[in-house]
Ligand binder design. Sequence first.
Ligand code: NAX
Length: 328
Amino acid sequence: TRTPVTVTVTGAAGQIGYALLFRIASGHLLGADVPVRLRLLEIPQAVKAAEGTAMELDDCAFPLLSGIDIFDDAVRAFEGTNVALLVGARPRTKGMERGDLLEANGGIFKPQGEAINAGAADDVKVLVVGNPANTNALIAQQHAPDVPAERFTAMTRLDHNRALAQLSKKAGASVADIRRMTIWGNHSATQYPDLFHAEIAGRNAAETVNDQGWLENEFIPTVAKRGAAIIEARGASSAASAASAAIDHVHTWVNGTADGDWTSMAVVSDGSYGVPEGLISSFPVTTADGEWEIVQGLEIDDFSRARIDASVAELSEEREAVRKLGLI
Ligand code: NAX
């Protein structure tokens, strides 16, 4: 039998954690033939709740789940970890300014980056889900100098999947017929879902839909503000869909994109498409052999350029803000 892969999940007692852990343990993250060992990280007040979830995981008797350990200490939680899912974060509460939010999250992602640097496995792959995801990923990455920067990624796959769903509805096409969707920039309201390179059954999506009004006034804002719409409807933020996207992100990273297709991941920029080097920004990426590569050579028209630039400018401001706070 194969050696288990160690997966660390932070914020394990939260609502995304609750939707995520059962899918990891049942084999959806890494594959139906890959045993996993879970290491859960929570804050001390939530350890008991995480223990409850662990009891339920036991009760599922998943054949692939070879163990669960729970920690309230990041150093121990990331020991030997191969896949780190950084879900726990400090949410924005009433009266909190953006600087306060970045500072509170710096207090979480700096020590977690250091712990990954100190103890994770050599092949560690990191996905940051907790918001502000791109900048939290940047903070963690900056405190893990011995880990290759490309191992730190942030999640825009939920935005990507939301864009697939909206396009599929509009075009009356199956999600399975859509390829080459792209989310550019920040996982925030400034993100840019791009239909100009997407395809429906091999034909250009923007041309097939042929409705610039819908694209500008419905598609883009619906995708960008979907999180708020879910909160409005459900009375709680996206959880199962976020967990599903996290599964997709890692699964695609490990197992590769299909021929002729790509996905969206926020990854460390090498300067491609004018995105300043070092920012963790969403790009179209292909994956193979556990590594990602930014899709090169796409033509970016003025409409797309303006939107990519606006989202990337927000990321630059966030980087400046965390620099000023001494967090990187
Ligand atoms: P919950 O508040 O339900 O759960 C968060 C959990 O994290 C709590 O159990 C809390 O105790 C724990 N936590 C806090 N600080 C921690 C630390 N230092 N170490 C370990 N655990 C810690 O939030 P949930 O709905 O699960 O969302 C988690 C994060 O995902 C939030 O930051 C949220 O904004 C973000 N999201 C990101 C998305 C994305 O697409 N990138 C979409 C969904 C989601 O909104």
